[in-house]
Ligand binder design. Structure first.
Ligand SMILES: [Zn+2]
Length: 114
């Protein structure tokens, strides 16, 4: 299990599972925020605190809720659905504790083309 938080610590969460790789997407949103994303089933994600601080940002088809802390501006995760309809969470690996970003396998995604 992994713990994560926003920068100020108001928003805290846990994720079940192990980070084996992260998606690095070049779309206009991901590149601006510098995301390294780990996709997990929605059930594997649990918000421990800070729901009252979260602000939701959506764009394009508005199917993914990008949740960021209204105090520090960190976006630690997003909630949405996969193309097959199942609920998922996209975790910003940079906001997790204990992940070695130097050795983490990064999968490039050409989101700019979508
Ligand atoms: Zn915060």
């Amino acid at each position: 299990m992994r713990s994560g938080s926003c920068h100020c610590g108001a928003v805290r969460f846990t994720v079940q599972g192990e980070v084996e790789q992260a998606m690095e997407c070049n779309c206009s949103h991901c590149s601006r925020k510098g995301f390294l994303l780990w996709f997990v089933p929605r059930d594997a994600f649990e918000l421990s605190s800070g729901s009252e601080r979260l602000t939701s940002y959506t764009f394009n088809k508005h199917v993914i809720e990008h949740q960021f802390c209204s105090t520090c501006g960190c976006q630690a995760f997003a909630l949405g659905r996969k193309p097959d309809g199942s609920e998922m969470a996209a975790i910003n690996v940079r906001c997790l504790e204990g992940v070695d970003l130097e050795t983490l396998k990064r999968i490039p995604v050409n989101g700019r083309e979508f």
